[in-house]
Design a protein around this ligand. Sequence first.
Ligand code: PMV
Length: 317
Amino acid sequence: MSTKWQADAPSNIALIKYMGKKDAALNIPTNASLSLTLPHLRSFVELEVNEEPYDLWQPLTYLDYAPLKLSEPQQQRFIEHLQLIKEHLSFNGNFIVRSGNNFPSAAGLASSASSFAALTQCACLAISDLTDKEPLNIYQKAQLSQRGSGSSCRSFMYPWTLWTPENIQEVHFPITDLSHLSVLIDTSEKKISSTQAQQMVKTSPHFKERPKRAEQRLAQLLHVLNDQNWQEAYQIVKEEFLDMHQLFHTSKKPFQYINEQSVEIIDLIETYWTESKDGPLITMDAGPNVHLIFRSDQNSIKHKLQKELNSRGYDVI
Ligand code: PMV
């Protein structure tokens, strides 16, 4: 009988954002979100049976990058999710859980989605092996993962995931093989985590109408992606992330992730679109880094922009 299990899971980037919770204990979102799965940005988790009567986190050491550093509260949150899965599956053994990412941990990229998805995958695998219980299906695992980190439930499907307050489903559009670049602006730990941001946005006067705006944009975006109208998609996706950041700027205690460099890149992409009548989609999460999404026929645009960004001193992954 094996005593070690491994699993990995991709990150995802939302084009219609999950911002605000209907139920904070279960991470039920206020509005539906739509995300693109990012297979090149992955988290890895290893579980080993622990003979001691507790669960324990350690960094994975076999990945290319420096071992992941998790603060005490981050380790605690990860372990608590493992315990929730154990409880859900009526399992009372203990594990040493090791985790890491295939991207630099200082990159400031949202790694909670991929790491909670990988932990859920790995724990379900280990427990079904140890107990001979019927394994959960993808949908059940995504739902379980949602309870640890809301956005992680979108990392179980491919290429797109539509997550509504009631459901998690895989979506396909006629435009396939999209690629993604992250422009790294600030790699230090964020002062306000996305979990805190989810709480704070509720105090913005713009929050009340936010679900309506998000649902309208979602309907429009689904429509234009089906129609392959990339330029409209650019406009909707840009409006959407700026809407989310506006909530941050107008919360009772305002906070801000967009900085001078983020603005420089937003402007660079806007100018590119104006001059070329084509370009990448652009979005930002709860952080200063900028995400660009390209169609598969936009390789030369991608290389040109990547060169331009590098010449301005930005790291791009
Ligand atoms: O899953 P959380 O609570 O870390 O929320 C993530 C929210 C955003 O990344 C800002 C947007 C999204 O939909 O991923």
